[in-house]
Design a protein around this ligand. Structure first.
Ligand code: PRT
Ligand code: ZN
Length: 283
């Protein structure tokens, strides 16, 4: 039986819960305790603050965890990154007040930077031989320059809205993060096999994101042109229809090109086009 640590509440909780649900793992959400048993997979769910997940996995309190790579990098613990999960994307960036003359990271020499990520920032500054004063604060980092606590900040950015609201400009993107499945590096062979099963389920969900399953009826005389138009790595499935002169064409399409291809297929004579969501894609 594996034990997985996940964020109890916060930005990663919802995506984590739906990833587990899509992977066929049902966790009783109603009466949330610290630990919950799941059905559909031999796993126990431990609800924690995201800051505590790397340590819990490191100590073996949990075997695996779902947490932002930013938290893992900041703790600097030896954890195994099993796979990235494609949600919770953000970056940790240096930002300075709008209007300062900034020509590069050397600007920070002799200056003070407020952050909740002192370890990542220290490594970055060290790699550039920059001597700056790092002021660790727990929250509301973005207001530090305005209240005279720091010259700049090093904080999580996703849309950039918070920086703009606080009169700050992002000048260096230092660390790119997303949620990941991480594991204790000393798991037994038995638990490792369970982790591989979990990874297999998660991968099929993560891989299917950004793709749709498309079905359509195509006049037989243009099937070859339709297949060429669809292109891609996988050849589409072509099935004869009961009505003579028509075929049914089935394929998986990337969302980036979906509408453009559907328009072209319609012009070729395709009819009855169905676009379906894909839940899993197993290579
Ligand atoms: O209670 P707990 O400790 O578990 O949660 P928390 O409050 O520490 O973390 P939470 O839930 O806010 O974030 C969890 C994880 O989500 C982070 O560790 C990141 O890996 C990831 N993540 C993704 C983000 C953001 N996007 C994000 N935008 N974490 C925080 N933010 C904050 C950021 O700190 C800043 O204040 O949002 C603001 C910036 O957002 P924009 O869109 O205005 O740029
Ligand atoms: Zn936290």
């Amino acid at each position: 039986m594996l034990r997985i640590a996940i964020q109890a509440k916060g930005r990663l909780n919802e995506d984590t819960m739906s990833l587990l649900a899509d992977a066929g793992i049902d966790v009783a959400q109603s009466k949330r305790k610290l630990v919950a048993r799941a059905t559909g997979f031999p796993i126990e769910v431990l609800y924690l603050r995201d800051d505590d997940i790397p340590q819990a996995v490191h100590m073996g309190v949990a075997d695996v965890g779902i947490v932002g790579l930013n938290e893992v990098a900041e703790r600097d613990l030896a954890l195994r990154e099993v796979m990235r999960l494609g949600f919770g994307a953000c970056r940790i960036s240096l930002a300075v007040p709008r209007g300062v003359e900034y020509h590069g990271p050397a600007w920070f020499n002799g200056r003070c930077v407020a952050t909740s990520y002192p370890h990542i920032l220290r490594s970055y500054f060290d790699s550039l031989a920059i001597k700056a004063d790092i002021h660790e604060i727990a929250g509301s980092v973005e207001i530090a320059p305005a209240v005279g606590m720091a010259d700049g900040i090093f904080d999580i950015v996703s849309s950039g809205g918070t920086l703009i609201q606080n009169g700050l400009v992002e000048v260096e993107q230092v660390f790119h993060s997303e949620a990941a499945l991480v594991a204790n590096p000393h798991l037994s062979a038995e638990k490792l096999a369970e982790v591989e099963k979990l990874k297999f389920r998660f991968s099929s969900i993560v891989n299917s994101r950004g793709f749709k399953y498309v079905l359509m009826n195509v006049p037989s005389d243009v099937v070859e042109r339709a297949v060429a138009l669809i292109g891609g790595m996988r050849s589409p499935t072509v099935l004869p229809l009961a009505a003579p002169g028509w075929c049914s064409l089935h394929t998986v399409m990337s969302e980036d090109v979906l509408w453009q291809k559907i328009e072209a297929l319609k012009e070729l004579g395709a009819e009855g086009i169905l676009v379906l969501n894909l839940e899993n894609m197993i290579p």
